[in-house]
Write a protein that binds this ligand. Structure first.
Ligand code: ZN
Length: 456
């Protein structure tokens, strides 16, 4: 049986020294602390073991656009270069490219310390909207990339039926996203078939894209026919969206959803950036997870999350890399806190009462992220999936810190270079800081993007 020995580990109830874990069928089945003499020889030995996070929100194909949209076109709205390029990508993207890009993204996520991902997958069809022979062709490509890289996949096929609030027709690049509820449910079932070939921890949820891309009756129908699994939805990302939904449905997006759907632990509301105090408290009380994507939200100029009120109301949260413009767990967490500090002109905001901000951010995102992607993970304990990350606490950026400051160091002083090992449900994918499949995956990615950008 595979064993992992750690000089120290952050367990559910605090730090422990000389920890030996037994792992079987992807789960932690044995856990001993204070193991005399340390390593016994047969196990993998690491310095400091933490529960690995789930990256709860990603659109993998957007990784290939990173660095291409940081240009302001005179006389255009600031979002224009980003959206224009995204649609140009959609005019070209092939199934092979979808897989090659996703595989690189999954390698980068694991090297950054994430063990699993919620892939919010919305490109389903051929150019112009025609179905592939296999309705779930592109979902199967995401599943294949997960298989290549060993990441724990929660695939979230996206319901995208309308081009804008009030049931506007799809147009242009959006045609590749489109399904009505009946075809969407067929797609989900086909995606489940594709994911069935992966290890047991992989699963399929659903993702109604946003209130503007569905309508109340379609949403109710799809929810009624999907009684289990994670439900993710983009919500309240930009003020214009809040205005459009308020005009159409007579309530702000989060307000409307809380009143009209049974929002509970299965749900993850992505962004939830622009909320009133009442919406913030309502979301917290629902026990759903707020899916925060601080780097992308900063990159797109969305605005900061209402952190203090949400934490005070015991709200649950996790983080995702969304556009994948930059995949870095440490930067994601510090950007979340820094967005709060810049707005409030204050320090140490994302912590309730008194305590370590790093612990609040890291451990909160670990349990919240696991809930959002439907994984029994987020803590190191017997029975949980072995979603684990090892860091080098003696790295020069951390070596002066005691255990009680280590997660503060990770969140504010370190880079992802401190990650030495990552296990996704026991699969040891990152070893000595490098993903075991990096070379082949990187080669395929370089070929795919060279072809993709050749005639942009
Ligand atoms: Zn998104």
């Amino acid at each position: 049986m595979p064993q992992i020995f750690a000089k120290k580990a952050r367990l559910a109830d605090g730090w422990a020294q000389n920890v030996l874990l037994d792992v079987k069928d992807g789960r932690i089945v044995g856990l001993r602390t204070g193991v005399a003499g340390g390593a016994t020889g047969g196990e993998t030995s690491v310095d400091c073991l933490l529960p690995a996070l789930a990256n709860l929100h990603s659109h993998t194909f957007q990784r290939a656009m990173a660095g291409m949209t940081e240009y302001r076109a005179a006389g255009r709205e600031s979002f224009w270069t980003w959206r224009t390029l995204m649609y140009r990508f959609l005019d070209r993207l092939t199934p092979e490219q979808v897989q090659a890009i996703a595989a690189l993204v999954f390698v980068e996520m694991q090297e950054a310390g994430y063990a699993s991902v919620g892939e919010f997958h919305y490109v389903h069809h051929q150019l112009g909207g025609q179905r592939y022979d296999d309705l779930a062709e592109l979902s199967a490509r995401i599943a294949a990339a997960a298989d290549q890289t060993g990441i724990g996949l929660t695939l979230l096929p996206v319901l995208y039926t309308y081009g804008g609030a009030g049931q506007q027709a799809l147009a242009g690049g959006q045609l590749r996203f489109g399904n009505d509820p009946a075809q969407f449910l067929e797609l989900v079932s086909a995606a489940q078939g594709a994911v069935a070939a992966l290890p047991d921890d992989a699963q399929v949820g659903i993702a109604p894209h946003s209130l503007r891309a569905t309508c109340p009756s379609d949403l109710a129908q799809v929810l009624a026919q999907t009684p289990q699994g994670p439900v993710h939805m983009h919500i309240s990302e930009q003020p214009a969206e809040v205005e459009q939904i308020s005009t159409w449905l007579g309530a702000r997006p989060v307000e409307w959803l809380l009143q009209n759907a049974d929002v509970n632990e299965r749900w993850c509301l992505i962004h939830a950036t622009h909320m009133t105090q009442a919406e913030t408290i309502g979301l917290a009380k629902s026990k759903a997870v707020a899916g925060l994507c601080p780097i992308t939200e900063a990159n797109l100029g969305d605005g900061p999350f209402n952190g203090p009120a949400y934490l005070t109301a015991q709200g649950r949260f996790g983080v995702g890399s969304d556009s994948n413009v930059r995949i870095s767990l440490t930067e994601e967490l510090r950007t979340l806190e820094y967005s709060q500090r810049l707005r409030d002109v204050e320090r140490n905001v994302m912590v309730l009462g008194e305590g370590s901000v790093g612990e609040t951010l890291y451990l909160g995102a670990a349990t919240g992220g696991a809930q959002a992607v439907g994984r029994d993970a987020g803590e190191i304990r017997i029975g949980a999936l072995a979603d684990l990350v090892a860091i080098d606490s003696q790295h020069v950026s951390l070596c002066a810190l005691g255990d009680d400051k280590l997660l503060d160091g990770l969140c504010f002083a370190a880079s992802d270079a401190v990650v030495t090992d990552v296990w996704s449900a026991g699969r040891h994918q990152v070893q000595n800081g490098r993903h075991v499949a990096r070379d082949a995956v990187e080669r395929a990615y370089r070929g795919a993007v060279a072809a993709l950008v050749a005639d942009l």
